[in-house]
Design a binder for this molecule. Structure first.
Ligand code: 3NM
Length: 236
């Protein structure tokens, strides 16, 4: 897992969709933390610091749910978490909020199937930022790739309590299906993944796992991250 210099994919060198770029995106995906304040038992700042120390390779700010922060507080938390990411050279992605991403000059945006289309996001963000798309089937995966996605989040692999409107569980079969169809796009599995069930997700073709509760709901988020990272390294 060679980590290329952080600045590479963001340089405007006309290679946005080159093999180099896709290699770099893949190298960001092994342990992708998705998180907002509602997911955390401790302060989100502390959780993110511990998680990054434990080996998180990519971060998504996803402030969703009834208790989610709004307005200035929402932006303030985003800035604080982005600062931590910058200090550790971990890319900072915003969930479904192009305006916030543009305001903060975030490294990218992640969208779901009911959010703004990926090609619209890509147009506004420019070629150098990261655009991720949630997909639940081969058809959605193919469409996202055609719309310019850099990576896919495929799930839910296992049952999850972290997303109210989660789709039916897909198992790792959906990842096998996407890979067997010949699609090579960087992708992570998401939904109910933790240290004891991450291995099949990677063996079936994912480049990493995206998690919320495996890290945010742990009593010791740093240690939970380290254990999960160990499993990932053993199975990638
Ligand atoms: N997206 P946890 S599942 C944010 O299937 C999200 O697209 C999903 O949280 C999808 O790791 C999910 O706690 C929740 O199960 C993941």
């Amino acid at each position: 897992m060679k980590q290329l210099p952080f600045s590479d994919p963001f340089s405007n060198d006309g290679k946005s969709h080159s093999a180099e770029r896709s290699h770099w995106i893949r190298s960001c995906l092994p342990l992708y933390l998705v998180m907002g304040s509602v997911n955390c038992k401790q302060s989100p700042v502390q959780v993110l610091e511990q998680a990054i120390a434990g080996g998180v390779t990519l971060f998504q700010y996803r402030e969703k749910g009834k208790q989610a922060l709004r307005g200035q507080e929402y932006v303030e938390l985003a800035r604080r978490l982005q600062d931590i990411c910058r200090n550790h050279k971990v890319p900072f992605i915003v969930n479904d909020d192009l305006e916030l991403a543009l305001t903060l000059d975030a490294d990218g945006v992640h969208v779901g199937q009911d959010d703004a289309p990926a090609d619209w996001i890509r147009q506004r963000l420019g070629p150098d930022k990261i655009v991720g798309v949630s997909a639940h089937s081969l058809v959605e995966a193919s469409r996202a790739i055609a719309a310019g996605a850099d990576y896919l989040g495929i799930g839910p692999i296992y049952p999850t309590l972290s997303k109210d409107d989660a789709e039916p569980v897909r198992g790792t079969e959906v990842i096998q299906h996407v890979r067997r169809s010949g699609l090579t796009i960087p992708l992570v599995g998401i939904g109910g993944i933790h240290e004891h069930n991450a291995a099949p997700v990677l063996r079936d073709g994912a480049d990493g796992v995206a998690v919320i509760s495996a890290i945010t709901a742990a009593d010791a988020p740093g240690e939970a991250t380290q254990r999960l990272k160990k499993t990932i390294i053993q199975n990638l």
